[in-house]
Design a protein around this ligand. Structure first.
Ligand code: ADP
Ligand code: MG
Length: 568
């Protein structure tokens, strides 16, 4: 085949493919333009999942008549002029690609009026060509109407999902920007239905209420102020959900880097790590993480859709986010009320309003201010009076606000986990020497995994060395494990086999705690129960086991009264 340079039109279509993947990409680019134009009201209307119509109307700066046509040319932008500008980008757009990319795959009309000008402009482009340009009036701002999206690009059309799916992606884009810019009034109309309206008050919480509802918004925790100096000019703010809220997907993690909405695996991992031990596996939080950092430390020019960024110092950003979230959770985690342990969206107010009997030193009553949601009490258990045990598994107790049920295994796991962590930090984990070294047999796969890590296991109390083919010699084991050490070691190897190579401490301690903890089904004496609960009260995170299951659920006095019909 002969090699030749492509026609301009083909080049535009290829380039457009990178920017405009699907209808939601068009919405994203147009909304970014409106935000860059300083709009504080943006309305988005969509028909047929965006294929028949996408219309974005703003009250931003508008474009002067002389510049409207240029705006549709490739690489035409008002936001960047020299190479150095790329190092410090403060606007959402800068590549000058969106408008030409959209006109390459759809028919576009723009009506715009820049305040101070004598006339507005209407311009229509079909198939990438200008078909109309004339004067027209409207208040200051811009309306871009996109129709027949992908009509001439059947290949792209084939990749689209159902109208519902495309609409939900569009809604996700608008939700993210409504959260990133709470000062802007957003209005989203999908298939003639108003689905989202934000008030534009400038308060993040108000946007969250509109998007996630009051229930979830009430349980969002404002991120604790981090120590700015420690983390190299990186400031983390925003809100993250209490562990009582969880979602089956990661779609509700929103990251904003200098107000730009980005996808970031790094930061997703940072947030999820902060929830280790607080959420069950496969459950994910809702979070809005805003990172403010020097623009020169983040490269936004990595991808045509600008959805990914690169950090100069990944570790610093990761640590800042992980710490800010973790600290917030540790300070504010709480005992889940039984209503929400049992029913996902119970209308019962949460947290149960603290009764005046609550020991004031350990619990703070929820305080409502305009800025912050009612905060959940600190991570503390009230003093409990043991009543007995049910099913040889749960300890029944009375607390100041009603009835408490404690999962004995989960509670013991939490206690042991924190003990082990403390031992590890101070003197090292207590070991017990075996009377005689024991040969521990392993499969080749296990051998490979253990080979890589047996030296580190010494820190956790296992003194082990290779012992010829298919065996390791074990000299000491963690004393806590006692006779259970063989099965624990076997599982440790399994963790290593499936691990991604990150820090091992957390899973190892969790596993040891699990193996050593009292089993469900074991009958406990009143003294044993009292001791267990007393120890649980002393832990840092008494309300969840290391795997994130609750240790304790409570049924408030008010709830009991309601259930028994004593009160409405
Ligand atoms: P970029 O946003 O990367 O600059 P675009 O192709 O998206 O490139 O837009 C080109 C230019 O058109 C922008 O730089 C801006 O000057 C102008 N523009 C686009 N949309 C709007 C709008 N809604 N309001 C005001 N100006 C706009
Ligand atoms: Mg743009």
């Amino acid at each position: 085949m002969t090699i030749r340079v492509l026609e301009e039109k083909v080049i535009s279509q290829i380039a457009a493919g990178e920017v405009v993947e699907r209808p939601a990409s068009v919405v994203k680019e147009l909304v970014e333009n409106s935000l860059d134009a300083g709009a504080n009201q943006i309305s988005v209307e969509v028909k047929d999942g965006g294929l028949s119509l996408i219309r974005v109307t703003d009250n931003g700066s508008g474009i002067s008549p002389g510049e409207v046509e240029v705006a549709f040319r490739r690489h035409a932008t008002s936001k960047v002029s020299k190479l150095d500008d790329l190092k410090q980008i403060a606007t959402l757009g800068f590549r000058g690609e969106a408008l030409p990319a959209i006109t390459a795959v759809a028919d576009v009309e723009m009506l715009t009026f820049a305040s101070g000008e004598t006339a507005g402009t209407i311009i229509s482009l079909r198939d990438g060509e200008l078909v109309r340009k004339s004067q027209a009036g409207r208040p200051a701002g811009t309306t871009v109407t996109v129709i027949n999206l992908f009509t001439h690009v059947p290949a792209r059309r084939k990749f689209l999902k159902s109208t519902n799916t495309e609409n939900s992606r569009i809604a996700a884009v608008i939700s993210a920007y409504a959260i990133a810019f709470p000062g802007v009034r957003f209005n989203l109309i999908l298939e003639s239905r108003a689905v989202l309206k934000t008030p534009g008050t400038g308060r993040l919480l108000d946007s969250l209420i509109e998007i996630y509802g009051q229930e979830v918004a009430n349980r969002m925790l404002p991120l604790v102020e981090p120590d700015w100096e420690n983390v190299g000019g990186i400031k983390v703010s925003g809100m993250t959900s209490s562990p009582s809220v969880s979602r089956a997907s990661r779609d509700n993690l929103i990251f904003l880097i200098n107000h730009r909405w980005v996808m970031s695996r790094l930061l997703t991992k940072a947030v999820e790590e902060a929830y280790l031990g607080l959420l069950t596996v496969n459950k994910h939080p809702v979070a809005v993480i805003e990172v403010a950092m020097p623009p020169e430390d983040v490269d936004v020019n990595v991808h045509p859709t600008k959805a990914e960024v690169r950090f100069r110092d990944e570790r610093a950003v990761f640590t800042a986010v992980q710490r800010a979230v973790r600290r917030t959770l540790v300070r504010q985690a709480t005992v889940p009320g039984v209503s929400e342990a049992a029913i996902a969206y119970s209308p019962t107010p949460y947290p149960p309003s603290p009764s005046p009997l609550l020991s004031p030193a350990r619990e703070h009553p929820a305080r409502m201010t305009a800025e912050t949601p009612p905060t959940t009490p600190r991570a503390a258990l009230p003093v409990l009076r043991i009543i007995g045990q049910v099913l040889a598994t749960y300890i029944v107790a009375e607390g100041p606000d009603g009835l408490y049920l404690i999962d004995q295994h989960a509670a013991h796991e939490r206690i042991l986990k924190e003990k082990l962590a403390a031992q590890l930090q101070v003197h090292g984990i207590k070991v017990q020497g075996l009377l005689e070294p024991v040969a521990f047999e392993v499969t080749p796969a296990e051998a490979a995994a253990l080979e890589a890590r047996y030296r580190e296991l010494a820190d956790f109390g296992f003194n082990i060395e290779p012992f010829g083919d298919g065996a390791f010699l074990v000299r000491t084991v963690p004393s806590l494990l006692g006779g259970n050490w063989q099965s624990a070691l076997r599982e440790l190897i399994a963790i290593q086999q499936s691990s991604t190579g990150t820090d091992w401490t957390e899973p190892v301690l969790n596993l040891m705690a699990c193996h050593a903890a009292v089993r469900a089904g074991k009958v406990l004496s009143p003294d044993e129960m009292r001791e267990l609960v007393r120890e649980l009260e002393k832990t840092e995170l008494p309300n969840t086991c290391p795997h994130g299951r609750p240790t304790t659920i409570s049924i408030s006095a008010a709830r009991l009264e309601r259930e028994f019909g004593r009160r409405q």
